[in-house]
Design a protein around this ligand. Sequence first.
Ligand code: JHZ
Length: 393
Amino acid sequence: MSFGKMPIANGFLTADQVASEYFFELAPAFCSHCLMFQLIEQPACEKMFHDSYAFFSSTSRHMQMHFESFADLVMSRYFKGRIDPFVVELGSNDGIMLRHFKDAGFRHLGIEPSGNVADVARSRGIQTLSEFYNLELANRLVAEHGHADAVLAANVMCHIPDINAVAAGIARLIKPDGVLLFEDPYLGDMIAKTSYDQIYDEHVFIFSAASVGWAFGQHGLELIDVMPQVTHGGSMRYVLARKGSHPVSPAVVALLEKERSQGLHKPETYAQFRRDCEASRNALRELLESLQRKGKRVVGYGATSKSTTVTNYCGIGPGHIEFVSDTTPIKQGKLTPGSHIPVKPYEDFLKSPPDYALLFAWNHAAEIFEKEKTFRAGGGKWITFVPKVGIIE
Ligand code: JHZ
């Protein structure tokens, strides 16, 4: 299916950059052989991850707590009995997870190609290299630091187009009994919730247990555990190790069965998903157009990467949404990619609350609703579109 021409999801831009804005065709496909759901065309990595990357992981308080508990799990379960363990995180962003290993005194290394977010991690004392991960880098790491006890990645693995190079590099880096833990938005949740906004340039794959098992199996790694996560609207944490080195949890078998009963192996499931996306798009447009006709003020909440797919696919622009509020300084004062809606600081939302706030950051709903009680008490309403388009009074 195609979502049409799309810009870089985190490519927030200034008015003078509009004329030269880059677009590509956002078209995912499903392979009934390896069961992978992935983009057909992806922009070059350097267009997405560079020295002015706009997403900083630590902007959400709930995500800070989430990564603390992820780090605790690795230390308590996978570091047990190991002498001087070494952990490597791919795409370590501003160090939101590695800082816990640093604080506990463990040998750690972050690999973060976006220089500006890596600098923030370094300023917090977290060892970080700004490079893309591949087999050549894995060889260098082994020579300089030795093999790793654990390799981690959160919302990163699904961003790397050459999954084979990365899997080979991880198989090279981990010890014979080492583990790989990574988590990403989960295909089963995306299909169930019609959360098509998980599909954008950075997310080349939307994984399932079946596709992860297949892809990493090519490199001698086996899925030994799975742990569903509520983060990012429904994610899955995958634990892998060298085939035969660890027992396989019954949770893996149960999830593979659940995926089959959900039909994730069948092309028809994706044909239905396409129809669900179209229905969602029509409903959201109709709702925004009716509010526009009534002269209501609508503001977007959270200039997320995901919202780039929503605004561009649904044809939402400054005529529908006055501005998008976001707490990230690098996004403020810019325009949203493709749809060119002004991004303003959160203080603007507080100063002049709109009639309706379109919750682009729906994955942070619990945190945001808690924070925005005054908005609702003052008559403000939320517009949501996952799992269904609707208004929360
Ligand atoms: P958020 C990013 O996706 C990009 P995005 C990336 N590709 C990925 O996979 C996931 O993260 C993990 C703002 N905000 O977390 C901050 C507020 O303004 O949904 C962020 O700009 N007020 C790596 O961009 C945005 O919203 C708030 O109270 O879709 C949230 O972005 C909160 C909580 C957030 O990720």
